[in-house]
Each structure stands twice: as structure tokens, then as C-alpha cells.
Ligand binder design. Structure first.
Ligand code: AMP
Length: 576
């Protein structure tokens, strides 16, 4: 059974929130079918120009929640330049500055909005030129924005809205004072929006000081009755965005589902992934709001008949579907709200059958996983993406099983091949002939496939509490900077469970602790909280990171620039 629900932005969708047509068009183009819970709650008060204090982690759709109202209110002044940006979004890392700026750009394309990401580690001159020509929205890290203020290359006097995104991360990285200084340069009557994954007292203090009667929004607190939760095996794989299609292919190879539904966020993602999976030999079909009822019925028919193995769908398209033979639910992204997660996984494990729910999470989305675990009070096991060796072993096992299956069946059916076998073994060893036949079967069913390893990503503290070196690891002071205790005494071994890295860049290049934290968090995905003591000398610096992440951090920093330079990065040698 399927409900004839709406396909694009309609009354229940983005149009119902009162967003202007150019934005609705952009959202349809991006394949967004309906607002996420945080968008539904935050957009109306933001359009009314209220201040908003929102608790939301990455993956909830918070970027669009603040970006769409900014864009809705956008109007180009007659001369088009000269008055400085109308909105300023502050983010903790350059990676996020790029991401948010790209998102704003893609939503605002029909409006001709000029967005500029502003972060350290890149030449400032080019940013100055663009700022001079005129920019409507600046998305920047606090350090670099302050830099521009100091040089008087940015004018914040026309700013109407300031967004503090991932405010807790910014405080963790020692940006509290920079943020204060920047806010001081913006008009007092501005609208202020603060999003943070957690709400520690320090965030509350900032909100009390800088937000006026904010509308408080908190998603992810649904009333869940644990009795309603299905009993399914839940697991998650942490994987960088670029490796997700390959990782999904591998996971499916290992899991070998009879029938699975793979949930995506957007129509575009559905189409792309369907293509990838078909290319990998799966029988996958797309199911999204753009299909007619007739087309959907046909897809469902093929799934029920077993001609289709995988359904790749958006939430909207899958609403109301009841598929008996489902063995797996796969979340290609962490769902935007715990309710969506629970709803999705409720489709398997029905009527005492076994089912599995698998989630692919990008490093930044781990917090959302923890929230879901806490609310459902059910564990989600973090698994490693299958290695090439595991995958090969599993495929060989499947080839063996296929042969065993044939041998266990009607062996008289094999008689017609006896003549071929006799001819082949006249001049050859029978074992060799058998090996060749196994090889052919193995290759025909997919063979060894891809053989590049998918690099592991850093896990947050939730997954390694036992290894975590404890409070004095970081040694940050109450302002979010680092105190003397936190210095890694050179020559002495690093704290237990941590490794000390040497970077060939120091104070002379203008390096500050927050640049180091920003570079490591931004490039490697390591949580800022997991970065330990930092020591900055004139020409080099030392930083402690958890031992298990050390090689990954080194690899991530190797191609990167820090304050505009490429620096040597390696483990500290004892004689440094
Ligand atoms: P964020 O939590 O802002 O980092 O967003 C997470 C991801 O969700 C991004 O890839 C967005 O493009 C996507 N996204 C945001 N809102 C929606 C929506 N309403 N429908 C589908 N995808 C969305």
C-alpha cells in the first residue's frame, strides 16, 4: 500500500513555510522533498526576524534552516555594493566555511547572491579583492574575520543577521574572545542566530548576552516508547563522504541482503546511488517523489517478485510502504531526526523476522548517532568498513557456498557435463580443471572487484572511552585556550594513549593554537575535543593527538596548507 503523497515543495513542504519562489525552485532542483524538523521549526521565527537559539547537530539540516531565511530576506540595494555584507555566518573550521558557503550559494543561485567563504590558511589578498567588489553574505572562521576587521578590509556595519554555527565547537577551539570582538563590530539591532550541538553553560552565557528573547528550538527529544522499537541489529560505519558509494557497495557485498531499502536525503542522491549500485551488479531501483503512482507500483511489484533487490528511496517516497520481505534498512546518511531513524528501521524485523539496520555516517555526524542511541536506548555498534581482504574472503566463501549448494542439489543434473570433464582431464590433472572452473564462477559472480582500501576515519570519544587519556589530556584553560599545564614537555613521552606530532611551522608564520586545531579538525575530521596539548615554538610546533588517530591526522595534514604554507608533519622524534 502506498499513500499518494506530495512530490515537491507544497503546503506541507517548503512552500508552506512561505519561502519565496526562487528558493523553492532551487530546493526542487536540489531534490529536497520536504523540510527536516529543525527547518520546520526554525524557519518561521527566523523569517519574522526573531533571534533563535537552536540545539542541532550536523546532519539535521541546520544549514538550510538558517540559510533559507537569510536568503528569503535578501534584496540587492540599488547600487549593489559598497555597504558591506548583510549577513555574517561564523563557523569553527575552514571545511565548514566552504561547506556552508557552497550550500548558501546553491540555495541562493536564483537570487544572484554573492557569498564569500573567509578562512585562514589561504592568501588574504584575494579575499580582500572580492570583499572590495561587494559581497552579500560572508561565511568565515572567527580568526580570519577578525583579521579582516583589523585591516579594515571588511565592514560589518550593514550586517542585519549574524549566525553563530556550531558555537560549542568555536568555543572549544578558543574563539570566544574573537567572537565577542566581531559581534561588537556589528549593529546592536541585528538578528542573532546561534546553533550548537550541545548547550553547556558557556553557550547559555553567550546566548544571554548577545541574543534578544530568542526562540529556543531543540530537536531530537521525541517521546519514544522503548516497547515500540523493533528488535533489529543496528550498526553504523564511519566513512568520509568521498568513499561512501564504495563503502556502501562493500557493506552490501558482505551483508548480502535479500531485499533492502537504502534511504537517501534527496532525489539527486537517489538517482546517483541507484546508478552506482547497478554498475556494481546489484538490481537497484530508484523510488522518489518524482515518480508517478504507476511507476512506483511497478517498482514495488518488481521488489516483491524478487527481480529487484535494492530500493533506493527518499523518506517521502517510502512513506506508507509496507514491504514484507525486507531484510535490511540502510541509511545512506544519518537521518535528520531520531524520529526518522526509528520510523525507517521499523520497516524491518517485523513479526519476529530478523532484520538489520545499517547507517553510514560521516565523521561530523557521529554526534547525531549518539543522540539517537540515547533516545532509543538501544546500542548502535560502530563497525569498520570491510577491508579488501575481508571482502575477498567473503566473496570466496560465497563462491564455495554456491558450489556446495549445487552439490547438495540434484547431482544427476551434472551428468551432462561428464563428457567435458573427461576430455579436460585426459591430459590434465583434475584438480587444475576444478580450480579453473572455480575461478570462472568466481569471476562471473563479481570476482574480487575493487581493491583500494577505504581509509578509516577518526572516532569520537564515545567509541574509545577506555583509551581516552582523561581530563588533563587537553589542558585547556577556562577561556578555551591552552594553559601551561597543557604544554607537551618536549623530550618527555606523550600522555598515555596519545601521540605527539611535529609540524614544521611555528610562531614566525603567525601560527596560533586555534589555527592548529582548525587545520587538524578541518582536514582530518578529528573532533576538536580530542586534540591535546599544543606547543608553539618559533619555527615548529608540537601537538598531541590520540595515538590511534595519529597516522590518519598526519596523512590528512600532508597535503594541507596551514596559514598559507605547506608544513612538514610527522611523529615527534625523541631528540627534537
Ligand atoms: P546539515 O545538517 O546542515 O549539515 O545538512 C545535512 C545534509 O542534509 C546536507 O547534505 C544537506 O544538503 C541535506 N539537507 C538539508 N535539508 C534537507 C532537506 N530538507 N531534504 C533533503 N536533504 C536536506
Amino acid at each position: 500500500m502506498m499513500t499518494a503523497d506530495a512530490a515537491g515543495p507544497d503546503e506541507a513542504g517548503f512552500a508552506g513555510l512561505g519561502l519565496r519562489p526562487e528558493l523553492l525552485e532551487a530546493l526542487t532542483g536540489l531534490g529536497y522533498e520536504e523540510p527536516t524538523p529543525i527547518q520546520r521549526e526554525a524557519i518561521p521565527p527566523l523569517l519574522e526576524r526573531h533571534d533563535v537559539l537552536g540545539q542541532a547537530a550536523t546532519g539535521t539540516g541546520k544549514t538550510a534552516a538558517f540559510a533559507l531565511p537569510l536568503l528569503h530576506q535578501f534584496s540587492r540595494s540599488a547600487d549593489g555594493s559598497g555597504s558591506g555584507p548583510a549577513a555574517l555566518v561564523l563557523v569553527p573550521t575552514r571545511e565548514l566555511a566552504e561547506q556552508v558557503s557552497q550550500a548558501v550559494d546553491s540555495y541562493g543561485r536564483g537570487l544572484g547572491v554573492r557569498v564569500l567563504p573567509v578562512y585562514g590558511g589561504t592568501p588574504i589578498g584575494r579575499q580582500v579583492q572580492v570583499l572590495r567588489r561587494g559581497v552579500d553574505i560572508v561565511v568565515g572562521t572567527p580568526g580570519r574575520v577578525l583579521d579582516h576587521l583589523g585591516r579594515e578590509t571588511i565592514d560589518l556595519s550593514a550586517v542585519r543577521t549574524v549566525v553563530l554555527d556550531e558555537a560549542d565547537e568555536m568555543l572549544d577551539m578558543g574563539f570566544a574572545e574573537d567572537i565577542e570582538a566581531i559581534l561588537d563590530e556589528t549593529p546592536a539591532e541585528r538578528q542573532t542566530v546561534l546553533f550548537s550541538a550541545t548547550m553547556p553553560p558557556r553557550i547559555d552565557a553567550i546566548a544571554r548576552k548577545h541574543l534578544r528573547e530568542p526562540v529556543r528550538i531543540q530537536t531530537g527529544r521525541p517521546q519514544l516508547d522503548p516497547g515500540e522499537l523493533p528488535k533489529v541489529k543496528q550498526s553504523a560505519y564511519l566513512v568520509a563522504r568521498a568513499h561512501k558509494p564504495a563503502a556502501l557497495g562493500r557493506i552490501l557485498d558482505i551483508e548480502a541482503p535479500t531485499a533492502a531499502i537504502v534511504f537517501c536525503r534527496t532525489r539527486e542522491e537517489v538517482d546517483e546511488l541507484t546508478e552506482v549500485l547497478n554498475g556494481r551488479g546489484y538490481r537497484a531501483e530508484a523510488l522518489h517523489g518524482g515518480l508517478s503512482q504507476d511507476q512506483r507500483d511497478r517498482v514495488m511489484g518488481r521488489l516483491r517478485a524478487g527481480t529487484t533487490q535494492l530500493l533506493v528511496a527518499t523518506d517521502v517516497a517510502a512513506r506508507g510502504l509496507d514491504i514484507e520481505q525486507l531484510t535490511h534498512v540502510v541509511n545512506y546518511n544519518v537521518p535528520s531526526a531520531p524520529e526518522a531513524y526509528v520510523h525507517r528501521i521499523g520497516r524491518v524485523g517485523r513479526a519476529g523476522r530478523q532484520g538489520a539496520a545499517i547507517t553510514l555516517a560521516e565523521p561530523r555526524e557521529q554526534r547525531m548517532l549518539t543522540t539517537i542511541e540515547r533516545l532509543t536506548r538501544q546500542p548502535i555498534a560502530i563497525e569498520d568498513v570491510p577491508s579488501v581482504a575481508e571482502l575477498r574472503a567473503r566473496r570466496l566463501a560465497r563462491t564455495r557456498e554456491a558450489i556446495e549448494h549445487t552439490l547438495a542439489g540434484d547431482v544427476t543434473d551434472l551428468d551432462r557435463f561428464r563428457g567435458v570433464l573427461a576430455e579436460l582431464t585426459a591430459a590434465r590433472d583434475i584438480e587444475e580443471v576444478a580450480l579453473a572452473a572455480i575461478k570462472m564462477l568466481h569471476e562471473a559472480s563479481g570476482g574480487d572487484g575493487d581493491d583500494t582500501e577505504i581509509p578509516p576515519v577518526a572516532r569520537t570519544a564515545r567509541d574509545r572511552t577506555r583509551e581516552r587519556p582523561g581530563r588533563d589530556f587537553g589542558g585547556r584553560d577556562s577561556r578555551g585556550g591552552r594553559d601551561d599545564r597543557g604544554r607537551p614537555a618536549r623530550g618527555r613521552p606523550a600522555n598515555a594513549g596519545s601521540a605527539r606530532l611535529f609540524l614544521g611551522i611555528g610562531r614566525r608564520a603567525g601560527l596560533r593554537p586555534q589555527d592548529m586545531v582548525g587545520a587538524i579538525a578541518g582536514e582530518s575530521g578529528l573532533n576538536a575535543r580530542d586534540i591535546g596539548a599544543i606547543e608553539i615554538q618559533d619555527r615548529f610546533s608540537l601537538v598531541e593527538v590520540p595515538e590511534r588517530d595519529a597516522d590518519m591526522v598526519i596523512a590528512a595534514l600532508r597535503g594541507a596548507t596551514i596559514r598559507g604554507r605547506k608544513a612538514t608533519v610527522r611523529r615527534e622524534r625523541p631528540y627534537n
